[in-house]
Design a protein around this ligand. Structure first.
Ligand code: BGC
Length: 262
C-alpha cells in the first residue's frame, strides 16, 4: 500500500480502528475518520505514526452530505490523492419491530446506507478526477464493511439487517457500474467480532458460550481478522476481484445448528 492514501470511515474504534492500523502497517497513508470521539481517533493516528506510518484524523458524520464533501476535500488537500475508501462507519440501534421508533430506523439507515452512498459517490468522483496513478493498477478501490446479517435474518435488529442487505446490493450495482472505469468495489462481511458494538454478546463467559454455539470455528473474531481481509482485498493481489462479498465469520453463515440436526 506504499504511496497510497486510504480513507477509513468510523475508524476511531472497533473494526474500523483495526483496519486503519493494518493499512498503516501495510504502508498506506491513513485518514482516520470519526464522528465524535476525537481523542480515540487521535490515539489511532498516534499508534500508526509510532509504527513509522502516516495518518491524520478527520471528523465527519458520513450521513451528512456537506461533511462528507469536506472530508474528501481535506483528504486531498493533506495527502494529494486517494486510492482506497473503506466504508466502515455503521451503528446499531436495536429494538423489537413493534417498539422501534422512526428515529431508530432512520438513524441506522442514514449511517449504514446513506453514509456509504455519499462516501462512495465522493470517492468515485475523486478517482475519476485524479486519473490513473502508478501506485495502483485500479483507478481506485472501494471496500464496504457489510455483515453476516445480509443473509442471516436478525430479530430485534430489522433496521440494521435491512441497512446491510441494502448495502450488499448497492455494492454490487456500483461494482458493475464502475468496473469499466477501473474502479474496484467489494465488501467484507464480518460475523461476530469482539468490538464495543456487540460487547453484550461476548463480555461475560455465559454470553460468550451462547455466542460460540453460532460459530463453527469455535472462537469470536477480533478486528485483525477483518483488517487482514481488507488489506488483501485492497492489494494488487486482488486486482481481478470485483463485486464480491468476502465473509469473515468463522463459519457463522453455515447454518451451524445443522451440524447436529436436519
Ligand atoms: C453486528 C454484531 C453481531 C454480529 C454477528 C454484526 O454485524 O454488528 O453486533 O455480533 O453481526 O451477529
Amino acid at each position: 500500500m506504499k504511496g497510497q492514501t486510504a480513507l477509513v470511515t468510523g475508524a476511531s474504534s472497533g473494526i474500523g480502528r483495526a483496519i486503519a492500523l493494518a493499512l498503516g502497517q501495510a504502508g498506506a497513508q491513513v485518514v482516520v475518520n470519526y464522528r465524535s470521539n476525537a481523542e480515540k481517533a487521535q490515539q489511532v493516528v498516534t499508534e500508526i505514526m509510532d509504527q513509522g506510518g502516516k495518518a491524520i484524523a478527520l471528523a465527519a458524520d458520513v450521513s451528512q452530505e456537506e461533511q462528507v464533501a469536506q472530508l474528501f476535500a481535506e483528504t486531498i488537500r493533506q495527502f494529494d490523492s486517494l486510492e482506497l475508501l473503506v466504508s466502515n462507519a455503521g451503528v446499531q440501534q436495536d429494538a423489537k419491530l413493534v417498539d422501534m421508533t422512526l428515529a431508530q430506523w432512520e438513524t441506522v439507515l442514514a449511517s449504514n446506507l446513506t453514509g456509504a452512498f455519499l462516501c462512495t459517490r465522493a470517492a468515485a468522483r475523486e478517482f475519476l478526477r485524479q486519473g490513473p496513478r502508478p501506485e495502483s493498477r485500479a483507478l481506485g478501490k472501494i471496500i464496504f464493511i457489510s455483515s453476516v446479517h445480509t443473509v442471516i435474518p436478525w430479530a430485534g435488529h430489522c433496521n440494521y439487517a435491512a441497512s446491510k442487505a441494502g448495502l450488499d446490493m448497492f455494492m454490487k450495482s456500483v461494482a458493475q457500474e464502475l468496473a469499466p472505469q477501473g474502479i474496484r468495489v467489494n465488501s467484507v462481511a464480518p460475523g461476530a467480532i469482539k468490538t464495543p458494538i456487540n460487547e453484550e454478546a461476548w463480555s461475560t463467559p455465559e454470553a460468550e458460550a451462547e455466542l460460540l454455539k453460532l460459530i463453527p470455528s469455535g472462537r469470536v473474531g477480533v478486528g485483525a481478522d477483518v483488517a487482514q481481509a481488507v488489506v488483501w482485498l485492497a492489494s494488487e493481489a486482488a486486482d481481478y476481484v470485483q463485486g464480491t462479498i468476502l465473509y469473515v465469520d468463522g463459519g457463522m453463515t453455515l447454518y451451524p445448528e445443522f451440524a447436529k440436526g436436519g
